[in-house]
Design a protein around this ligand. Structure first.
Ligand code: FES
Length: 157
């Protein structure tokens, strides 16, 4: 059964106090919960948030299912999101994403056998001038080549 830590609950309450309409706190609270649930969100997490926030599960689910930054499936310790939108695609983003899957021996959106990596293709992450790029957890890596991206990932413990 998922439960937020004491710090997590305090952080959610702080978000609730910040807004006039408590629904406005759903996105930041989903971020908090996702972080505490190893990078993804399931029905138990939604149920718990619903109790803590006193918002119906259906309202939280609407937000959760709409935004792609919330993961509906388990992810590896490092969630590698490779942008394959126009600027990145023109600069090798799709090939980069395929290369990472091959090197890490994992299919898109699945967890590698060692539990460390999930590679996903995502839409524009707002870093088009430094394409191709990837986001790993909360950090951006830009102007990548297949080699530099793999070196970055190999250095992650
Ligand atoms: S197209 Fe890749 S960051 Fe915008």
């Amino acid at each position: 059964m998922f439960e937020l830590s004491a710090e997590g609950k305090t952080a959610v309450k702080k978000e609730l106090a910040r807004y006039e309409a408590k629904e406005s706190a759903i996105i930041p609270s989903l971020y908090i919960a996702q972080k505490e649930n190893k990078g993804w969100i399931n029905a138990e997490v939604i149920q718990h948030l619903s109790q803590v926030m006193d918002i119906p599960e259906s309202r939280i689910n609407e937000v959760f299912k709409f935004y792609t930054m919330f993961n509906q499936k388990e992810v590896g310790k490092y969630h590698v999101q490779v942008c394959t939108n126009i600027s990145c695609a023109l600069n090798g983003g799709r090939e980069l994403a395929n290369h990472l899957c091959k090197e890490l021996d994992v299919h898109f959106d699945e967890v590698s056998k060692d539990g460390r990596f999930t590679v996903s293709r995502v839409e524009c992450l707002g870093s088009c001038g430094t394409a191709p790029m990837m986001q790993v957890n909360e950090q951006y890596f830009e102007n990548l080549t297949p080699e530099s991206a793999m070196n970055t990932l190999r250095a992650m413990k």
